[in-house]
Every structure is written in C-alpha cells, then in structure tokens.
Design a protein around this ligand. Sequence first.
Ligand code: WQD
Length: 345
Amino acid sequence: MNNKNSLVLVTGGTGYLGSHTVVELMNQGYDVLIADNLSNSYAEVVDFIEQIAGKRPGFVAVDLADCDAARAFFAGVGKIDAIIHFAALKAVNESVQNPLLYFRNNLFSLINLLENMHGHNIRSLVFSSSCTVYGQPDILPVSENCPFGKAWSPYGRTKQISEHIIEDSCKKENLNAVSLRYFNPIGAHPSALIGEYPIGTPGNLMPFITQTAAGIQKILHVFGSDYDTPDGTAIRDYIHVMDLANAHIAALEHLLHKKYKESCEVYNIGAGRGYSVLEVIESFEKVSGQKLNYEFAPRRKGDIVKIWADVTRANKELQWCVSRSLDEMTLSAWKWQLTLESRRK
Ligand code: WQD
C-alpha cells in the first residue's frame, strides 16, 4: 500500500505521545489529520510538528466526547484510512479525585469514535492502552495473556473497559483493532522541539526530574525506598517515546497490510526490562552532568512495586522492538527541558 495516499486521523495528536507519533507518520509519507480538544496540550505543537516534518498536518480542535461535535467532525472530513486514538485524560491522581470526569471523557470519546467509524466505513483502529490494566502482575515479565488486575485507579479502569468495548465492537462491526499497552514512555524527539509538556506540577517521574534539575521544582521526592527490589525503589519498564511512536507505525501497517490474525489484537509496548527510580536518577545525573536534589519519601498510594513487559509478541508479529537506551531517554528529556527554559526567556 502506498503510504502517500493514506490519511491517518490521530486523536490527541498535539499531546506528548500523539505529537511524536504524528511526526513519525509524516516521516513515513502518511498524511495526518489531528483532532484534539487542547484540554491538556497546546495548539503551538502543530507548528513544531511542521518544523520537524517539513509539512503541516491537518488540525481540528474538537471534543470527541461530545456526541454532536464528533458527528459533525466526521461529516466534515474526507476519507480516513485509519485512526490512532490517543485522546484521553491520563492523570492517575486526578482520576481518583474525579472518576466521573474520566469515565465520561475517556469512554464517551471512544464510543463516539467507534460509532462514527462504523458510519463512515473506517475499519482500522490503533488504540492507546496501558500496562496499568495489569495492576501488579504476579509473574514478570508480564505477557498479554495475563488477565486484567484490580484497576488501581479510575484511569486504569477506563483503559480496561475501553479494551472490552473495542473487543466487542470488533466482533460485531467491520472493524480491525490493535490495542497497544504502553509501559512508561519518557524522553523527547531528538530535535528537542517537542516533548512531554505537563500542565502544572508533573505527576510522572521524568518531567519531575528535569524540572528539579532546571530549578522549577525544589526537590524530587523518591516515593518509597523500602520496596522488595535490589535498591529498594520501584521498578518500571521505561521506553523512549520515539520507540513508542515507531510501535504505532508498526501496528498501523499490521492493520493496513492485513497482517492480523484476529480482528482485535493486543500488544505490550515496552523495552522488556525494568529500571528502578534510583537507576533513572543515576542515568540522568550522568548524561546531564547535573547532581539531582532528591530525598526519599513514603510510598505513593496506588503505586505498584515492579513491572516490566514481555514484548515477544510485538517483536514477532509487529516486527518491532526498542532501539534506544535509558541514557538516550534521559538525555533527550533534559535537552527538551532546556528548550522549554530557552522559550521562557
Ligand atoms: C514512575 C515511578 C513512582 C514521581 C504512569 C501512569 C501509567 C502509565 C505509565 C500511561 C514510580 C516514582 C514518580 C515522583 C517518584 N502511563 N516517582 N517521584 O506511576 O509508573 O505510571 O506511567 O498509560 O498509567 O500512571 O509512572 O512516572 O508516575 O512513576 O518516585 O515525583 O517513579 O513512585 O515508582 P507510573 P510515574
């Protein structure tokens, strides 16, 4: 299939993961249309995508959780060959404080999307899921056959419910879908023109590290130093956001080139190995030359101890694997933070 004539709709395409995937899609010759309600991102990201890709993606500001707005959006766009659906709220703590906001936003936008896909005969969907569906797995590395764990937050539960909605829709509708269960995406595009851009105080580890090193945050609290891990701090499977973006291209082409075996498939998208919080800090200090100001603090409620992915299925069936190291992740995150600082001046 000639990518050049394929239009891919990327919902949430001005967000952290969406923007990096849009850049990779355009590099591969796809035309891209972004739909985003800008609730957790900035329209200027479209300008930076154009600067990187040398071509401007289409962009429509729309809230897909609004049924009428979603219907009007799809009625107004031309033929779409596939959809990559990132648009969702994803702050775990916020979801605990405001569960109905998360159920409404994340589930209504998916249901509106699926209904319009059916109405406009759009048959290929790549869905942004999360390793959070596993909770704390009993066996590591965790494989896709591991049943859903107890959802540790309403956010995680929306991902579990979304996967079920997609699975049932694939059985009934003329739909082929791939759900990608991300582990911990960090880092930024090598140009440092786009990256993770949290609004307000970051909840995630990497932006908190870079903001502490930049003097925006006073100190990094390491949540828990008494876990059952080699250095006592929690372990996660960190993956470079560019490797994650490439995984979406692999999943899209798996669908467009009809390489799927079932109408609904699920893949872990991680590096297949875990790093502790202290190992991430150590890597950051090495690549940035910055001594990080941190102290140990009590465990964070809702955190699991350790998780890393079994990525055999994605390696084999999507012919995809990571290619970037932890040091490349932390260095790219730091370069992005330095860009943000220079833009503030
Ligand atoms: C990583 C580690 C913290 C901040 C998130 C999402 C999850 C999925 C993956 C999307 C943990 C520790 C953090 C800090 C710290 N994303 N930490 N001090 O919680 O593993 O998962 O990303 O699907 O849904 O929740 O990521 O970056 O918040 O935490 O010590 O200031 O860093 O305790 O061990 P998490 P995180």
